[in-house]
Design a protein around this ligand. Structure first.
Ligand code: ADE
Length: 233
């Protein structure tokens, strides 16, 4: 999968050089390109924001640098034989990102993340690219971040780990929280006793049917307690 990111803080995305995402990039499974929006701003101070038209607090990101940056990515994409890119603008005003959305986005060939800052991006940028192609506003939850960078990293990690070959043992993807609509059961490893706390006997029993039943029960109980909304309760 090709992923382009437009941001005024490219350094945030250094985190994607680490761990599984870094390995996936080294192995060519994820082709990540991070673009500094300021390189598409041409005044002396490389200005990317201005005051809101009509008044109000804060600053709004100007359309011209965004236009140049995204046009450049789309022109580059046109020369490659991949499907039409999907442009995602992280925004607290967007559709809520879920595991189901991560699965859906993991089937795309090319994602472009546009990271807004300040009070947001001039609306005409969304309108321009929605008219020319596919655009989604996506929120990672009901709270406000300072910009789209952290939200993009969260989405890239959630999507990237679903790509074939990224996670070594694909079985580990199946039993996770949210994949079955339930939260994950508690996990234990050795030693069988630590600070007087014993691993539940059933997990040491070797009886796999009993272990599966216990884990399912734990998942249901945890989901009912922590996230009853997932059960429709
Ligand atoms: N930008 C600021 N807050 C955000 C959120 N909750 N989700 C996605 N992008 C954001």
């Amino acid at each position: 999968m090709r992923i382009d990111v437009v941001t005024i803080f490219p350094g945030y995305f250094d985190a994607l050089e680490l761990s599984l995402m870094g390995k996936a990039r080294d192995r060519g499974l994820i082709d990540l390109h991070v673009h500094d929006l300021r390189e598409s701003a041409h005044d002396k101070h490389r200005t990317v924001d201005d005051t809101p038209t009509g008044g109000g607090a804060g600053m709004v990101m100007k359309p011209e640098p965004w236009g140049q940056a995204i046009d450049g990515i789309l022109a580059d994409a046109q020369s490659a034989p991949a499907a039409e890119p999907l442009i995602i603008f992280p925004s607290p005003a967007g559709d809520v990102f879920t595991q189901a959305m991560a699965r859906e986005l993991a089937t795309e060939d090319h994602l472009v993340f546009g990271c807004g800052r300040y009070e947001g991006i001039d609306q005409r940028v969304f309108d321009e690219y929605a008219e020319r192609g596919r655009v989604r506003l996506v929120s990672i939850g009901d709270y406000v971040l300072n910009g789209g960078e952290v939200a993009s990293i969260a989405m890239i990690e959630a999507i990237g780990r679903l790509l074939p070959g990224v996670v070594g043992n694909p079985d580990s993807l199946v039993e996770e929280s949210h994949e079955s609509g339930l939260l994950e059961y508690p996990s234990y490893t050795k030693p069988a006793e630590w600070r007087g706390r014993r691993v539940p006997d059933v997990l040491l029993s070797g009886n796999h049917a009993a272990i599966d039943a216990w884990r399912h029960e734990q998942s249901v109980e945890r989901t009912r307690r922590v996230r009853p909304d997932l059960l429709g309760d």
